[in-house]
Write a protein that binds this ligand. Structure first.
Ligand code: MG
Length: 383
């Protein structure tokens, strides 16, 4: 048998680069296709290290530039959504790691599933906005959807060997972000710099702000709902500042299976790449004596309104999670550009959820159209 063939969508991002480091370490996987957005120097380096057969730069100028730099080499360079989809379907790949950021990940995921590729999913939006389309399709095509996010990977690992047992509840842990324990008054005055300094995990800017507002945890509740087919009321967020228990599953007999380790994304990434095998993933070993104690708190939904709104959105279902997600994306952008304050983020989300009419079973086309409408609505409000 030849090596496992993988394509990585979003290879120049935080998850993508860590995945490539793990692949480089093990040297038993072939990289078939890579995609990035604008980072040409990094993509050029990745081409030299992993010799993919095709590369897509989402940005067309970046693609043009990369084409010049790789002239004479046996490699196909493409751009845009068409290129992303081509990478997702690329010949004879076994696994597609989707680590792109944003709703741009939805269509390539659908194409990968239709082409029969297993998916290692790091892109949240695919399930948040289109979980009702993705999961039935994956089931129909016999395709595995393997979560990369640390919490969902933990849950996925806890369920192994318990596939025939009903899940009583999911304990979804959250670090609580930099503003854990803040009151309503204190959270009003936080700055960008404060929001960007996450205590436990090192991640991209958007995810770091989402972690500070706890909207990230809300999106994770939505993902868990689709991945594990569990009612949102049975998914309980536990703030756990040490980030050692990455999540847990409670079964009918009240037995609770938890997955633990030092917080290091390379463990869940490696698990998704090599599933069902485990490999050395460069992460440090857990020393429970050094941890001293593990704490768990209920999140304060009156302070972290974004988490409350997320529960509202997933309970209503339909287009609401998608609306929440887009409104949040735009609000975070406005916050990062210093146009709004930190506590305006949930305000904008709530406003958008109230404004747009509810639709119970939106098609892919509807979902993709919501994006422009919500963004436009929020931009108009800002003027
Ligand atoms: Mg997470």
């Amino acid at each position: 048998m030849g090596n496992k063939r993988i394509s990585i969508l979003g290879s120049t991002g935080s998850i993508g680069t860590q995945a490539l480091d793990i692949i480089d370490l093990n040297k038993d996987m072939d990289v078939a296709a890579l995609t990035g957005n604008r980072n040409v120097p990094l993509m050029l380096e990745q081409i030299k290290r992993f010799s993919p057969e095709m590369v897509c730069m989402y940005d067309s100028d970046a693609a043009m530039h990369l084409k010049e730099l790789t002239a004479g080499k046996k490699i196909k360079i493409t751009s845009g959504m068409e290129g992303l989809i081509e990478a997702a379907e690329w010949k004879d790949t076994d696994l597609v790691l989707s680590a792109v950021v944003g709703m741009v990940g939805i269509e390539p995921a659908i194409h990968a599933i239709n082409a029969g590729r297993d998916i290692a999913l790091a892109n949240k939006e695919t399930l948040v906005a289109a979980g009702h389309l993705i999961m039935p399709l994956a089931k129909e095509k016999g395709v595995a959807v393997i979560p990369v996010d640390s919490e969902h990977s933990a849950i996925f690992q806890c369920i192994r060997g318990n596939e025939d047992n009903a899940i009583k509840s999911i304990i979804l842990t959250a670090s609580g972000g930099p503003f854990r324990g803040y009151t309503k008054d204190r959270i009003k005055d936080v700055t960008i710099e404060m929001a960007l300094s996450h205590p436990n995990w090192s991640m991209g800017k958007k995810v770091t702000i989402d972690s500070a507002t706890m909207v990230n945890k809300g999106l994770e509740v939505m993902e868990a709902r689709w991945l594990f087919d569990v009612d949102p009321d049975r998914i309980r967020v536990h703030v756990h500042p040490q980030s050692i228990v990455h999540s847990a599953v409670e079964f009918e007999d009240n037995a609770v299976m938890a997955q633990m380790g030092v917080p290091d994304m390379r463990v869940p990434i490696s698990y998704a790449l090599y599933y069902p095998k485990r490999r050395y993933a460069l992460a440090g070993a857990l020393d429970l004596f050094k941890a001293e104690h593990l704490d768990f708190y209920e999140p304060d939904l009156s302070v972290f309104k974004g988490l409350k709104l997320s529960y509202d959105a997933i309970k209503r279902g339909g287009n609401m999670p998608c609306i929440l997600n887009i409104a949040n994306e735009r609000a975070v952008e406005l916050f990062l550009n210093k146009k709004i304050g930190f506590t305006d983020i949930p305000g904008i989300i709530e406003d958008a959820m109230d404004h747009f009419p509810y639709s119970s079973d939106p098609s892919l086309k509807e979902i993709l159209e919501i994006k422009d409408k919500v963004t436009e609505y929020i931009n108009d409000l800002q003027e």
